[in-house]
Design a protein around this ligand. Structure first.
Ligand SMILES: [Ca+2]
Ligand SMILES: [Ca+2]
Ligand SMILES: [Ca+2]
Length: 461
């Protein structure tokens, strides 16, 4: 694997804040910045730097950056936005959703030739929260995915996504990953984005109960390449959750899409002030999609902060497991399991239940509400709301409970795995898994079969 890595140490605003890194590089003067194509008139040059690439390829930039005075959970101070320009051309935007925390944000800037290039980063007040006043970029790393790189095709076809007009504060794209399937004649690559939240579509209590998160995870784009690497088919997820043939424009080989719904679905036309070009380096193994969040636990914090800010009227200030209203995401046990219905027509649903030591009560993911029951479909996450402050060693058992389907009341679900069950710690980071199980357990809601309607797994602690 060949790549070029150029680390630039940059000291934007060092005069304002003590910089901890050593060997300062010279700052380009920030006064009277040029206004390249695509820059907003109000953009303030935060950094300009020449980079030298030793090879042609798809180029990713990593920016370690922060925005003093911003915080994702504070209304009006959510985030600052940086626009990235290369050789005078507008390439992408980065919303600094980690606020004052120095964090590494990644963006693709397209296919560049070997040689020298000019990278310019603009702080864009018109794309930022009203209270955002500056950005600080501590470090830039460049990586080139050359044609011989195993990830070259993945990067070359990665979708560019124009966000919604409110992407600076709501439902912002956090992370993109890819999945690859190959057969004798074709390679299929699919790209999925994790958004910080879903404003429309599934209501928050159903997101937590049935998906184990308040983020939104959607596949965006899928492309099929033949043995010569040529595109033979490409498609995207349209605004009705259908698969649609992609007919939009491409930048290089990157399809350009737009987030057009409050539940984060897509069109192959249109633009917005926010152009996202996430870097899909990672692939999802055969587990639930939410594993990507566990691998990047900061996603839980961003999710929780957006929930705290946006849904203040709905958030339970004091967590109450008796109500379906969502409380602090740290009050929940997160469970990943695998189950499958006996047939495609089987519409039996399920709930996850938890019993604490010394108690008789079973806390249930569905809060005794039909619309919060989970559909069985392979790997899946769900959460159970628990009394605030519950610790792992207080949890005695997990129970799976099956409800009759509406179309096939007596059909069965087969459970084979619990891959993990965890609580978030105080920093919203998934804790160590408290339970794993592999086996085979058939459940149905039919009293006349030998299969029970529930089964219990004890916690070892
Ligand atoms: Ca939102
Ligand atoms: Ca969605
Ligand atoms: Ca509640």
């Amino acid at each position: 694997m060949r790549f070029t890595s150029i680390t630039l140490l940059v000291f934007w605003a060092c005069s304002l804040i003590a910089c901890s890194t050593s060997t300062p590089a010279p700052l380009t003067p920030t006064s009277v910045p040029p206004t390249p194509t695509g820059a907003s008139p109000s953009g303030v040059l935060a950094l300009e730097k020449e980079i030298t690439l030793s090879t042609d390829g798809e180029v990713a930039l990593s920016l370690r950056a922060s925005a003093p005075g911003t915080a994702w959970n504070r209304l009006g101070a959510e985030a600052a936005t940086i626009s990235i320009h290369v050789d005078g051309a507008y390439k992408s935007d980065v919303v600094l959703f980690r606020g004052e925390t120095s964090f590494t944000y990644e963006t693709l800037v397209g296919n560049l030739n070997a040689g020298k290039h000019r990278v310019a980063l603009y702080f864009e007040p018109t794309k930022s929260a009203p209270q955002a006043e500056e950005v600080r970029v501590d470090e830039i790393t460049t990586r080139v995915y050359a044609r011989i790189d195993p990830l070259y095709q993945v990067m070359a076809h990665a979708p560019i996504l124009y966000g919604r007009d409110e992407s600076r504060s709501s439902d912002t794209p956090l992370w993109m990953y890819h999945e690859i399937t190959r057969d004798a004649t074709a390679t299929t690559m699919q790209y999925t984005i994790i958004f910080s939240n879903e404003d429309g579509g599934t209501v928050p209590d159903a997101l937590m109960a049935r998906w184990g998160r308040l983020t939104d995870i959607e596949w965006v784009y899928r492309v099929v390449l033949n043995a010569q690497g040529e595109v033979t088919r490409d498609e995207y997820q349209d605004k009705d959750h259908n698969t649609a043939i992609f007919r939009g424009r491409k930048d290089g080989q990157h399809p350009v899409l737009k987030d057009v719904t409050r539940n984060n679905l897509f069109a192959d036309t249109g633009t917005s002030p926010y152009r996202f070009a996430l870097v899909p380096t990672e692939t999802l193994p055969d587990v639930a999609r939410e594993e990507m969040m566990d691998q990047h636990p900061w996603t839980y914090r961003v999710m929780a902060e957006e929930w705290e800010r946006e849904k203040q009227a709905l958030t339970e200030r004091t967590g109450d497991p008796d109500t379906r209203a969502v409380s602090d995401p740290r009050n929940y046990l997160y469970v990943e399991f695998r189950s499958n219905p006996a047939s495609p027509s089987c519409d039996a649903k399920l709930a996850l239940q938890v019993k604490l030591r010394g108690g008789e009560r079973w806390y249930s993911s569905d809060h005794a509400t039909d619309s919060l029951q989970i559909q069985s479909q392979g790997w899946r996450r769900g959460t159970i709301e628990l009394p605030p402050g519950t610790t792992g060693n207080q949890i005695e058992a997990l129970r799976f409970f099956v409800y009759p389907g509406k179309n096939s009341p007596n059909c069965a679900l087969t459970f084979t795995d619990v891959r993990k069950a965890f609580l978030l710690n105080q920093d919203y980071v998934p804790g160590q898994s408290l339970l794993t199980w592999r086996g085979q357990q058939v459940l149905d809601a039919d009293d006349t079969t030998p299969a029970p309607a529930n089964f219990v797994l004890p916690f070892a602690n």
